[in-house]
Design a protein around this ligand. Structure first.
Ligand code: PDD
Length: 285
């Protein structure tokens, strides 16, 4: 189901102008939020990141926090959907000249997309999923701009394309220095010598909300964590690997290339702690 500037309709019927710079240039920002048991998960954190992304690209958000929530409520009432949902919040630069010039766009547009949450096979969580290390070099915008969740996802699309071609669920990218960054829509963690490591923000990754939760949980469990530069050899030498995202939660990695892992003890502990801690981050719609 789609909501374009307040007009709700079924997905296929949702139309935006081809002159919207979001469509033409990926000049837009977005968030993916999910519900759990009908309540919003980590909503303030997602709104905060959306505000940050918009500010970084000089885009005035057409809705405030309460406004986004009101639109979500309206959509769920309209649809009568009672399953847990994936909610995509998008703000685009809007319609402008047929040039990159963002100042030619008079009014930003908002779009919400609500759909049933994707369901991954259970074995991904009990045995681990397959991930591919791709050849995609992720651009780095610098100046703290790595945290912008923009609609410009071509590199991510190409990473996922490489992954899908070999039957993997996620494709990992690297930065220009050759260090591991993240997956097309997830962050990556690994355990080595009992220490939980993940690429540092300075490597040019998105500061995932789930990533943040995992780091917090690890601290609470007394697990040492490090945000560092991660080389390919570090990843392959790991004892445990997992990826995180809003739609995947903590998903153990069972295979990268020919290297295989089971679901390790630390990953298991974090998965349990994650489940147990969910309640604290829920909010009525
Ligand atoms: N993606 N890295 C990238 C590039 C992402 O697009 C995402 C999220 C993440 C994980 O962030 P979080 O834990 O806040 O979901 C990391 C969403 C789920 C998506 O675009 O579908």
């Amino acid at each position: 189901m789609v909501n374009i500037d307040g007009k709700i309709c079924w997905g296929e019927e949702g139309r935006i102008s081809v002159l919207d710079h979001g469509f033409l240039f990926g000049d837009s920002v977005y968030e993916v939020v999910r519900t759990r048991g009908g309540r919003l998960f980590c909503f303030p954190e997602h709104l905060e990141r959306l505000r940050y992304s918009a500010e970084k690209i000089g885009l005035r958000l057409p809705l405030e926090g309460e406004g986004w929530r009101r639109e979500i409520r309206a959509m769920l009432e309209w649809s009568g959907l009672e399953v847990d949902v994936y909610i995509r919040l998008i703000a685009t630069r809007g319609v402008g000249e047929l040039s990159l010039n963002p100042f030619s766009c008079v009014r930003p547009s908002y779009i919400l997309i609500v759909a049933p949450l994707p369901v991954y096979p259970r074995r991904y969580y009990t045995e681990g999923c397959r991930v591919e290390l791709t050849g995609v070099v992720q651009p780095f915008y610098g100046g703290g701009g790595s945290n912008i969740k923009s609609g410009n996802y071509l590199h991510h699309v190409l990473a996922l394309r490489e992954a899908k071609r070999v039957g993997a669920v996620e494709g990992i990218m690297r930065n220009v220095e050759g260090y591991i960054t993240e997956g097309s829509t997830s962050n990556i963690f690994f355990v080595r010598g009992g220490i939980l490591r993940t690429p540092a923000l300075r490597c040019g990754i998105l500061a995932g909300i789930t990533r943040g939760l995992v780091l917090e949980l690890a601290e609470g469990l007394g697990i040492a964590t490090e945000e560092v530069e991660v080389g390919v050899e570090d990843l392959f030498a790991a004892e445990e690997v997992f990826i995180t995202s809003t739609t995947k939660d903590i998903m153990p990695v069972g295979r990268i290339g020919e290297r295989r892992w089971g679901v390790g003890p630390l990953t298991r502990r974090l998965m349990e702690a994650f489940e147990a801690g969910v309640e604290r981050h829920l909010m009525e719609i």
